[in-house]
Design a protein around this ligand. Structure first.
Ligand code: 1CP
Length: 356
């Protein structure tokens, strides 16, 4: 049943070409969290099923992955899942409370709790993501590439210690200063699981991988370079090596470290093909920082999606013109928010395609 060899031929490969630095027919565009709460058809599915049931049921995960593609002329799909499936596979309970977000009833409270985590066989508990990826490749019928993803170690560590979203990451930061060896142990454990998980996603059919370091924004530059960057580099290096050993081609990889516009040069040295930018970064400045050999992705402010279609079109056109057609993937600077009007997405996608 699991056919990972005879995938349909890709008809629109602009995303992959942009990621590899090749010429594109049009600037590719997709949107972080393009499946989700701003879509009424997603809300309908959500009324009937728990969030993680959707993630764990390939038919449901594929249905919601497909939803934005039915409405918008997007150039990529991203498999429906969540970054928090890794903490779950490590033995932690994660619940998704509507209107609140993720909740861990028993977060890591002290280094002694690390002994409760179960890294052995963790990737075996995530095969449902691989199954959804394989099913989705067939369902897409080659229309656009399929993106796989993971959270980065520091971001996942944050959720596991804070027990959910946090405005300050105070407890996680206290681990970095009070228990640095245990913090390293946890970050290394997460890194290993992430490499296994991404290897599995590539084998299942993921055509590009994005690493979400969404909580980079909480770290000052020095701490970002110490507690985030080395693990992100290790993920890329180990995955490349792992796939090479099995003669499997590596797929392009994107690092999206939100709030780390202070370290674009350092990010450009990590071996990733694409750097995702949040909306605080100026496109021209970013290009100067990273040089010509990296693809940039981003970065319209998600709050701009509440403006009028005319304003969204003008802002999008200006953004695309600043980035240019080479080595560029259009996106928002973070995930689309739940109250975004549908017409804003239509306008964004159309404006990207018509900008150049
Ligand atoms: O369409 C897509 O982009 C694919 C689906 C996707 C992705 C890539 C979801 C579905 N989540 C994610 C990644 C994710 N999850 C990130 C990284 C991206 C980002 O920074 O936005 C993070 C931080 C999470 C954690 C998470 N899951 C949050 C944030 C909580 C916070 O404030 O700290 C929330 C609200 C979720 C739930 C979630 N994940 C996805 C959806 C559609 C939802 C809404 C849940 C619901 O329906 O109730």
């Amino acid at each position: 049943m699991k056919d990972t060899k005879n995938f349909p031929i890709l008809k629109n490969d602009n995303l992959l070409r942009a990621a590899r630095g090749e010429a594109v027919d049009r600037v590719p565009v997709w949107v972080m969290r393009q499946a989700g709460r701003y879509l009424p058809e997603f809300q309908e599915v959500r009324k009937q099923h728990d969030f993680f049931t959707i993630c764990r049921t390939p038919e449901l995960a594929c249905e919601v992955t497909m939803q934005p593609l039915r409405r918008f002329d997007l150039d990529a799909s991203i498999i429906f899942s969540d970054i928090l499936v890794i903490p779950q596979a490590l033995g932690m309970t994660v619940e998704m409370h509507p209107g609140v977000g993720p909740v861990f009833p028993e977060p890591l409270q002290s280094p002694a709790d690390l002994a409760k985590l179960t890294p052995e066989g963790a990737v075996g508990r995530l095969t449902y993501v691989g199954d959804a990826i394989t099913m989705m490749r067939h369902m897409l019928d080659g229309r656009v590439p399929l993106i796989g993803f993971t959270g980065a170690p520091w971001t996942l560590m944050g959720y596991m210690i804070e027990g959910g979203g946090s405005k300050t990451m105070a407890k996680s930061k206290a681990w970095l200063s009070d228990y640095p060896d245990d913090a390293k142990k946890l970050l290394s454990m997460l890194t290993e699981s992430i490499v296994d998980y991404l290897e599995m996603q590539v084998k299942a059919g993921a055509q590009l991988l994005q690493i979400f370091e969404s909580s980079a924004e909480h770290l000052p530059k020095e701490d970002f370079l110490k507690w985030s960057v080395p693990y992100i580099k290790e993920i890329r290096d180990k995955l490349t090596q792992r796939l090479q050993q099995q003669s499997i081609p590596i797929v392009p990889m994107t690092i999206f470290a939100k709030g780390a516009g202070h370290s674009l040069k350092e990010q450009a040295a990590l071996g990733y093909d694409v750097i995702g930018l949040d909306w605080t970064v100026d496109p021209i400045e970013a290009r100067k920082e990273v040089g010509p050999n990296i693809t940039l992705q981003g970065n319209l402010d998600p709050q701009d999606m509440y403006k009028t279609p005319e304003e969204i079109r003008a802002l999008t056109t200006e953004m695309v013109q600043k980035f240019g057609k080479e080595r560029y993937i259009a996106n928002l600077g973070h995930g689309i928010t739940p109250q975004t009007p549908i017409v804003s997405m239509e306008t964004l996608v159309d404006a990207v395609h018509k900008a150049l």
